[in-house]
Design a binder for this molecule. Structure first.
Ligand SMILES: Cc1ncc(C[n+]2csc(CCO)c2C)c(N)n1
Length: 229
């Protein structure tokens, strides 16, 4: 590829976003997110979501820590080690703020295992983080950041306020979070630019799988899904 062609080539993130636009739209219009925005989401459904998210955040933190260990430069190491810490900080804030406010007792959490979808998404992230090269690991992690940033802003734009879920909405619509997401997009694009064609194809595959699992995570909370046997 000539230098001119290379600089005109779309970034990984632009390509990934446009290829998965229908999937994003399917997430944006899920009944869970509509009900979150208009404040009618039942406490039971939000409780299911929060308990599963607490499990998910620890798995996500582990996957980020593995990504940190695979980083190809010190900036990436710091970026993902810091993000791993943030995932655990967010998980703790679920316990200290949200669980109390929305009526989840420590014993309720202790006896609730990962749902099938949470288990699948967590296993996918940790398995990918261990088995795949750095660019593919970043592609698997990116939808978690990017979709939440977009959904957070979308819900903020149409939210009926005051809303019982204001604190959740504000976390993901806030500028601090969006700045971190832009940095993850930039690092993923840099990693993609240095990746082989085969790795780049695997990046797209991992990105789409994570988007599907994001959809399934919200849908699972809406259905109050549990293990069938
Ligand atoms: C299923 C699910 N997917 C994504 C997020 C969003 N999220 C979780 S941790 C983190 C950044 C931590 O460094 C982000 C963006 C979530 N909460 N739950």
């Amino acid at each position: 590829m000539s230098d001119a062609a290379r600089s005109a080539a779309p970034t990984f993130s632009t390509e990934a976003w446009s290829r998965n636009a229908p999937l994003y739209e399917a997430i944006r219009t899920l009944p869970f997110n509509d009900a979150l925005a208009d404040g009618t989401l039942s406490q039971e459904r939000f409780q299911h979501y929060m308990v599963q998210d607490a499990h998910y955040l620890i798995a996500f933190g582990r996957a980020l820590a593995i990504a940190a260990g695979k980083a190809d430069d010190p900036d990436g190491l710091v970026q993902f080690a810091e993000a791993a810490k943030v995932a655990v900080v967010v998980e703790r804030s679920l316990h200290t703020e949200f669980f109390t406010r929305f009526g989840i007792a420590p014993a309720d959490f202790a006896r609730t295992q990962m749902s099938p979808v949470c288990h699948h998404y967590s296993s996918f992230l940790i398995g990918t983080a261990h088995a795949e090269p750095y660019p593919v690991v970043l592609a698997a992690l990116l939808p978690c950041f990017w979709i939440y940033a977009e959904i957070g802003r979308d819900i903020l734009g149409r939210a009926v306020r005051p809303n019982p879920y204001d604190a959740w909405i504000d976390t993901y619509a806030g500028e601090d979070f969006h700045e971190a997401v832009r940095a993850v997009i930039a690092t993923t694009n840099r990693a993609a630019a240095a990746a082989s064609a085969d790795e780049r194809a695997r990046m797209h595959h991992a990105y789409t799988r994570a988007c599907q699992l994001e959809w399934m995570f919200w849908d699972s909370a809406w259905r109050l899904a549990d293990w069938p046997v």
